[in-house]
Design a protein around this ligand. Sequence first.
Ligand code: FNR
Length: 345
Amino acid sequence: MTAAAPLNLFDYEALAQPLMHPAVWDVIVAGAADEITVAENRRAFDRLTIRPRMLVDVSAIDTATRVLGAPVAAPILIAPSGYHAVLCPEGECATAQAAGRAGIVMTAPSGSHRTIEDIAAAAIGPLWLQLYLFPERERSLAMVRRAEAAGCLAIVLTVDAPRFGRKDRSLRSENDFDWPESGNLAGLPPPTLPWFRGAPVTWADVDWLSGVTRLPILLKGILTAEDAALAAAHGVEGIVVSNHGGRQLDGVTASIDALPEVVAAAGDHCEIYLDGGVRRGTDVLKALALGARAVMIGRPVLWGLAVAGPAGVADVLAILANELAFAMALSGRPTIADIDRTVVR
Ligand code: FNR
């Protein structure tokens, strides 16, 4: 270990920045507009304090749990994001391998550089597919069929991007870089509409999607009790409480602050996940305490890829899982089942 060996996810962020082209860095870290929600995602975690229990036998800590019924080594998943191939030649295949070795789920983005078939072949563990709906249903359906054939275990429908967020930090510099094409989208029927600036989804589309696939569906980007209740009424298997890492509408609630109302409205009907600003094992503990089944991490995976390819992703995942185990030990909650609402004040 050198003195510069990363100890935590913030160290990975600091190590990654000088290794990235400035335009790539800006696109990855950017949030919408003034990045208020990006900052708030972190601040809201920091505001929550932990109520530790003492004199509990914590000689054995077990972070294992289940997501949609599948066993995983820790309540941590990889959030869908682009740009893996810019940071590491093997792209999403490298990330999928690291996730599988860590015993956790990777959510592959529909706009991946490598095809979902290649990612599934490289993955040693369970894979979910994130879906943006296309204006043409046959394109969306083709993507779903490919995910099914590739063995994906769930569809994560992103619902917070009817238009793509305006990220002022990267708007000026994003054209300074030659971004690789998405090999995954190339495998779909060609678009019939010349251009689309987002992925508008309505509840009718959710019903359509449930009608064409037997895969469980999760809605990613829900932030209110109203929408959570509708999600439950439409029969989805899961919700990801998310503000897209602060990249869509600036000023929306921190995900961890939105979690309790979503859990209250839909937690008895479907599994609730959370992403946005998860950087510490204590953040995972707090999210689980407030009712999340597991968390997703976005940017830290990209920092790991930039620093050391699949080994970097593996290390990011190991650091977070070890921090969670440490937090469980020091808060007197040796298993995931022991983590309940009483963990946070
Ligand atoms: C994303 N995110 C995202 N979400 C999604 O549903 N589809 C996508 O294609 C992308 N692409 C994407 C690219 C980049 C560079 C980032 C940083 C994020 C959002 C992602 O899934 C997740 O919601 C956030 O990244 C979680 O916040 P943190 O962990 O980055 O703070």
